[in-house]
Ligand binder design. Sequence first.
Ligand code: ATP
Ligand code: MG
Ligand code: FE
Length: 352
Amino acid sequence: PLVLSIESSCDETAMAVINGRGEICANVVATSVDFHARFGGVVPEIASRKHVEAIVGVYEEVMAQAGAHLGVDTLAPSDLSCVGVTAGPGLVGALVVGVAFAKGLCASTGLPLTPVNHLEGHLMANLFQTPDLQPPFVASLVSGGNTMLVHVRGWGDYQVLGATIDDAVGEAFDKVAKALGLGYPGGPVISKLAARGNKKAIHFPRAMMHSHDYSFSLSGLKTAVITYIEGENRAGRPINLPDLAASFEAAVIDVQVAKAVTAVEETGVSDFCVGGGVAANPQLREAYRKRFGRMGVRVTVPPMVVCGDNGAMIAVVALRNYRAGVLADLSLDANPNAHLGCWSSDLAPVVS
Ligand code: ATP
Ligand code: MG
Ligand code: FE
């Protein structure tokens, strides 16, 4: 079977086609990121309108690319077995564009429709790196909107151990970048600066590092960084951007690693993986590899191309849902607050 996936939960309009072995035939991402840059964060209204503008073109492109991959001119809906769409969580005005498009496509072609959980997509992106990944394992989901530690007890059996009580990790990167006038998104630019900075240059707080639970708090760190910037500006001292970036990142990473280690020890698992846009951070990846390497715990991070929002990770979940019979009718609505586990199944996903 061929499965088409549609993703529009934030500022990426993305679609993919995969086959029944989970192989990617096409993976197309259009982003409205440039239109948000001068605001220092995603503007929901703009994201929504850009999805409307982009969605037909992305559909035509993914069908053409998948066709070329399979040696035909372009794919037709009749070549597909199922359409999967991200129905949540995310920005409601962005989600509804993808959901409406998917419903229109299914209504006009008779194709079955399956709802996909965006966070389960970020989690499943790890299968492109480690196809034999098997529960139980611990996963850290770190993105623009979420920061949580999850004990994956079985497929579809997600125990959220803890989450952020305020900002998400990606959000902290974005807000620090905004305070420095570095645009949006903040993650890539901050991590590039941090790579050549001294992480011990400035001490920032490691909030909740020893709170004996799996909760996170990032807003105090963000405030500490902004206070530091303002102090240096007032004193007329130039800010060493690489040192600041490295010191900020180290404060984030120390807490992430400490809690992940405790979670792995407490659950007794031997696999750990990371999902979400922040999983692209090289220093975070390295810190996990180093720390867990010493413990004999296998670390998986998704390939770079499927760290940020993309259709391929959504297609993997859609294929599993289709096989498991997790389907929706045309009354499907976007659910901006969908929890991990919503629209899931205990069937193992397939990825070649
Ligand atoms: P969610 O998945 O929670 O709905 P989202 O879809 O907006 O949120 P993603 O697209 O998964 O989030 O990730 C985007 C976030 O990842 C942004 O906050 C961005 O700054 C961050 N990010 C991207 N690359 C890096 C990096 N190298 N280091 C740190 N953060 C990064
Ligand atoms: Mg994005
Ligand atoms: Fe995301």
